[in-house]
Design a protein around this ligand. Structure first.
Ligand code: EZ4
Ligand code: CO
Length: 402
């Protein structure tokens, strides 16, 4: 079998998505996601101008050699644009392999290690009461794990919190929106949220929280300690991880489990975090970390150090990535949990898929390949629109981490 064509679809059914389609001489095609929120067209040009021409005529079964060719062969390694482009190719090739062998992708990754993939959903509200209510709705819908974020008194808006009853979507059209941030107000407020949630829902539900890289290590250490009575499943992205040793400081002070990695691109971003056992969950995603081929290596490396997976799964990761993550999560021995932020109805229509949710778990379905498709006619009705993630400033105007 040979690759005969590659094409990139950019659409915006509620938000932007970049989808690579690779076609073969046997009529089988595969899909890969290359969406990089707020920088989508840079991946498109990387794929169209530089990557696709190198794929024509190659054997789609050679996922390892093609991965190395695109990674080592570029000379300029790593980075989100490069790794999203490599991921798009890699996932499309695994989809082709599954279809050609007439088996779901999870069977190519070791087969089922469990019956279903536990997912967590997002509860959010402008205040504690609304967040508790939002969590209640999710628990009633069957979720066993809930991430909770709440508006903070004295701040006009907060990441992870929807405005005016809309569903939460961080990217916005127009130039980047700006929001104000106060770590002091946040640190006072969050423990009250988890006190309320534990009190209301008891011990069984898994509770998670995302700090979105906004704290220093010692601030994160204090929050981790303050949250210990509420036994979180994890505290996510407590501090930026470019300086990996910051995580040692957090680790020395708290037993609250730590998750990080949604902005990582390769195993090298997490190598020390994993090897030193400073984290409990690695959140790298298939789309932003070089595809199934690379994430499998990351997970196998992490397994040796008791680190489990907790893949990013926000709405800017397309249904193609969701499907790939579910195949991966069903198979990986050290799977921990998968984020699930349901897509809009328009997105689900543009990407018909086999995956499903039942009683707290998701399943990728048993169709050959990934079990996800792209309706190109419908996609064409939702043209790309430039959008950005917001930026964040401290109360005195200093630019901070969003
Ligand atoms: O802000 O995916 O855990 N999930 C998150 C996300 C990220 C977005 C950025 O594109 O932190 O909501
Ligand atoms: Co996050």
């Amino acid at each position: 079998m040979k690759i005969v064509n590659g094409s990139v679809n950019v659409c915006s059914p509620g938000r932007n998505f970049v989808t690579l389609k690779i076609e073969t001489d046997e009529g089988i095609y595969g899909l890969g996601d290359g969406t990089l929120n707020g920088r989508e067209l840079s991946v498109v040009s990387y794929l169209v101008e530089y990557v696709i021409p190198c794929l024509i005529g190659r054997d789609p079964f050679e996922t390892e050699d093609i991965w190395q060719y695109l990674y080592r062969g570029a000379y300029w390694r790593r980075g989100p644009v490069t790794m999203a482009a490599i991921a798009a190719v890699d996932v499309a090739l695994w989809d082709i392999k599954g279809k050609a062998l007439n088996t779901p992708v999870y069977n190519l990754l070791g087969g089922k290690s469990r019956n279903g993939v536990m997912v967590y959903a997002h509860a959010n509200g402008v205040d504690l009461g609304q967040t508790v209510e939002s969590a209640e709705q999710l628990i009633e819908r069957g979720y066993l794990a809930v991430r909770a974020q709440s508006g903070i008194p004295g701040l006009a808006s907060a990441y992870g919190v929807a405005q005016d009853g809309q569903t939460y979507e961080p990217a916005q059209k127009g130039l980047p929106a700006e929001s104000a941030w106060s770590t002091e107000k946040y640190l006072r407020h969050v423990p009250m949220l988890f006190a309320r949630l534990r009190d209301r829902f008891g011990d069984d539900v898994h509770l998670l929280h995302d700090c979105h890289h906004r704290l220093t290590p010692i601030e994160a250490a204090r929050l981790g300690r303050d949250l210990e009575p509420y036994r979180l499943f994890w505290m996510e992205d407590p501090t930026p991880a470019e300086q990996q040793e910051g995580y040692l400081q957090i680790r020395e002070h708290t037993t609250t489990p730590i998750a990080v990695g949604e902005v990582f691109n390769t195993v090298w971003d997490a190598e020390m975090l994993i090897r030193k056992q400073w984290i409990d969950y690695i959140r790298m995603s298939i789309v932003h970390a070089g595809g199934i081929t690379h994430l499998k290596k990351v997970a196998d490396f992490a397994d040796i150090y008791h680190v489990r997976t907790g893949c990013h799964g926000a709405t800017d990761l397309s249904p193609v990535t969701m499907a790939a993550s579910l195949h991966f999560g069903l198979a990986a021995h050290n799977f921990g949990i998968q984020e699930h932020m349901p897509h809009t109805a328009e997105t689900d229509e543009v990407f018909p898929h086999q995956y499903s949710f039942k009683e707290g778990y998701m399943h990728p379905g048993d169709e050959p390949g990934l079990g996800v498709d792209l309706n190109e006619e419908l996609a064409a009705k939702h043209p790309y629109q430039r959008a950005y993630l917001p930026i964040s400033r401290k109360l005195d105007g200093t630019l901070s981490d969003w």
